[in-house]
Design a protein around this ligand. Structure first.
Ligand code: GLY
Length: 348
C-alpha cells in the first residue's frame, strides 16, 4: 500500500492499493452510523454481506451523470434524516467520479458538513475526481455549478476495481493521467512512451495512479480553492468541456479532454513556444490508447462554449497552455488566428 498526503483545508491521505472491504469495515467501526452511496451498476461487484451494514445504510443511485441531480441529493438527504445522521457520523461514496462528487456534496451540505470517505472505482475517479475536495451536482444552469469544497477524510483506492472497467473507460482515465504527465511529471510520459497498448497500460496501473495522485496532491496543496495555481489541472479542459457538452455527454469526460489536449498543445505551440516534438507526443500517446484526437464540431460551436467556460473572465477566453513539459502557462484572450490554428489540429 502506498499513501500520499494531501494538504487542503486539512490534511488527509490517499491510500493506493488497499482492500475496500477492510477499509470500509474500519470506517464502520469508527462511526455510529454510516451511509454508503454507490451506483446500482456496481451492485454485482460490491458484496456488503460480510460487513455490519443495514439495508438502510446503503443508498443505490443511478449510473453516470444522472445521479448528480438535486432530486437524487434530496432523496439522500431524506435518508440521512431517517437514519438521524449526526455530525459524528459519516458518508461513504463508492463509485466513479460522479458518485464521489455526489457523496461529497451530500456530506458537505448535511448538517453543514459531516465526514466523508471516497472509494473511487474508475481510473478517472482515482486520479482526479476523488482527490482535491471538489464536490457537486449538476443543475439546469449547468454541470458542476452547484457544489462545495469539502475534502474527504480518506481516499481509499482498491486497484482491483480497475479490472471491472472496459478498455474505453480505462482509456478515458488515461487522458487525465497523460494530462498530469504534461503539466508536471515527465516520468509518466516516459513510462507511457514505452507502453505498447492499453493492456500494457493496465499492468502499470498502480504506478500511474500513484504518480498522477502525487501531481494532483501537489497542485491542490498549493491552491485548494483554485484561485489560480490549481487551474493547471484544467490543461486540455477548456476545449474539452465544450466538446463534451456538444456531444450531449455521449463522449466520456476523458475522451473530450483528449481532444482538448491536442487543441491546447497546438495553441501552446503558437502562443507559448511549445516544441514540435512535445506537441506531437500528445497525439502519439492519446491515439495509442484509442482516445479520440479529432472532432466534427465546428470552430464556431466550440468557441461559443469556450467563451462561457468557468475560467473565462469578463468575456475573455482563458486557457492553460504549456511552454515546455512541466511548465504550464496561462493564455489569456489568444488571437482568433491562434484559436483557428489550434482548431485545425482537431478538425475532422
Ligand atoms: N478536476 C480539476 C480539479 O480538481 O481542480
Amino acid at each position: 500500500m502506498k499513501s500520499i498526503e494531501v494538504k487542503a483545508e486539512r490534511s488527509y491521505s490517499v491510500e493506493i492499493g488497499i482492500a475496500w472491504r477492510d477499509r470500509l469495515r474500519e470506517i464502520l467501526g469508527n462511526h455510529n452510523r454510516v451511509l454508503v452511496i454507490a451506483p446500482t451498476s456496481l451492485s454485482h461487484f460490491l458484496d456488503f454481506s460480510t460487513l455490519n451494514l443495514s439495508d438502510e445504510g446503503i443508498f443505490w443511485v443511478p449510473d453516470g451523470e444522472d445521479q448528480k441531480s438535486s432530486a437524487v441529493a434530496e432523496a439522500i438527504w431524506q435518508r440521512c434524516g431517517e437514519m438521524n445522521l449526526q455530525r459524528s457520523d459519516a458518508i461513504v461514496g463508492i463509485g466513479g467520479g460522479a458518485t464521489t462528487d455526489l457523496a461529497g456534496f451530500v456530506a458537505a451540505t448535511w448538517l453543514r458538513g459531516i465526514e466523508w470517505y471516497a472509494f473511487p472505482t474508475s481510473l478517472a475517479g482515482m486520479v482526479d475526481a476523488s482527490v482535491g475536495g471538489k464536490t457537486g451536482i449538476n443543475t439546469a444552469a449547468g454541470k458542476n455549478l452547484v457544489g462545495a469544497f469539502h475534502s474527504p477524510s480518506l481516499v481509499a483506492i482498491d486497484l482491483d476495481f480497475l479490472k471491472s472497467l472496459s478498455d474505453r473507460d480505462f482509456a478515458a482515465g488515461l487522458a487525465e493521467v497523460i494530462k498530469c504527465g504534461f503539466i508536471s511529471d515527465a516520468s509518466i510520459l516516459e513510462l507511457l512512451k514505452e507502453t505498447t497498448d492499453i493492456q500494457a497500460a493496465r499492468a502499470h496501473a498502480a504506478i500511474l495512479v500513484e504518480k498522477s495522485v502525487a501531481v494532483k496532491a501537489r497542485v491542490v496543496g498549493t491552491d485548494f480553492k483554485e484561485s489560480k495555481a490549481r487551474e493547471v489541472l484544467n490543461y486540455g479542459h477548456t476545449a474539452g468541456h465544450a466538446i463534451e457538452k456538444l456531444s450531449g455527454y455521449s463522449l466520456r469526460h476523458g475522451e473530450a479532454v483528449s481532444i482538448g489536449l491536442i487543441f491546447a498543445a497546438h495553441l501552446s505551440r503558437n502562443v507559448c513556444g511549445l516544441g514540435d516534438d512535445e506537441v506531437s507526443l500528445h497525439g502519439e500517446l492519446l491515439a495509442k490508447f484509442g482516445l479520440p484526437t479529432t472532432t466534427r464540431y465546428s470552430l464556431d460551436e466550440i468557441v461559443v462554449l469556450m467563451a462561457g467556460d468557468k475560467k473565462a473572465r469578463s468575456g475573455e477566453m482563458r486557457f492553460i497552455g504549456l511552454s515546455t513539459i512541466g511548465t504550464p502557462a496561462w493564455i489569456e484572450n489568444p488571437t482568433s488566428d491562434a484559436i483557428r490554428f489550434a482548431y485545425e489540429s482537431i478538425s475532422k
